[in-house]
Write a protein that binds this ligand. Structure first.
Ligand code: HEC
Length: 145
């Protein structure tokens, strides 16, 4: 019984350490972005039917993630080291990175406030949001070699 309790408390310790891991947190957030953007892309490409509920859910996820993109908390000094594709440029140009994050917050909120009503609308919305994803990744993410 004691051993079991110890195992449980050790597990709890690891679990809370994991949520205090900014690299894991920001990657989880970005993965959710990727999944939601993928749902929109499937509709834009005609691989999935237009479904207002799916579109709204995807835009809600992207907006939640954008608003949660707290640069100071998720990209603290020193978190360029480890299993990450975050570029050292983030810490060299924090203001530039913050500006990309701010633009993403604005565009994601606007997309959710006026969700597209058809496939062409999804294409347009995805175009605007996609520029945020791609623009930030291009400057502030390194490719794993
Ligand atoms: C403000 C900058 C910024 C914006 C905007 C942004 N990203 Fe990212 N993204 C990053 C950075 C930095 C990383 C690398 C994180 C790491 O590895 O620590 C990343 C990583 C990712 C990853 C890989 C996550 C993993 O498992 O390692 C995916 C997928 C992703 N982003 C999707 C998106 C999508 C989709 C959007 C737009 C809807 C988006 N991102 C918008 C900066 C951004």
């Amino acid at each position: 019984m004691k051993k079991l309790l110890l195992a449980i408390s050790l597990f709890a310790l690891t679990a809370s350490a994991a949520t205090a891991d900014p690299i894991a947190d920001r990657q989880a957030l970005m993965k959710a972005n990727g999944k939601a953007a993928g749902q929109l892309a499937a509709i834009a490409k005609g691989e999935a039917p237009f479904d207002a509920a799916v579109v709204l859910a995807a835009l809600t996820t992207i907006n939640d993630d954008a608003q949660k993109l707290d640069v100071a908390a998720l990209f603290p000094a020193g978190s360029d080291k480890g299993d990450t594709t975050a570029s050292p440029k983030i810490w060299e140009d924090m203001a530039g990175f913050q500006a990309k994050a701010d633009k993403f917050k604005t565009d994601a909120a606007a997309a959710l406030a006026a969700p597209p009503a058809d496939v062409d609308g999804v294409k347009a919305t995805l175009g605007v949001l996609g520029q945020n994803c791609g623009g930030c990744h291009e400057m502030f993410r390194v490719k794993k070699g």
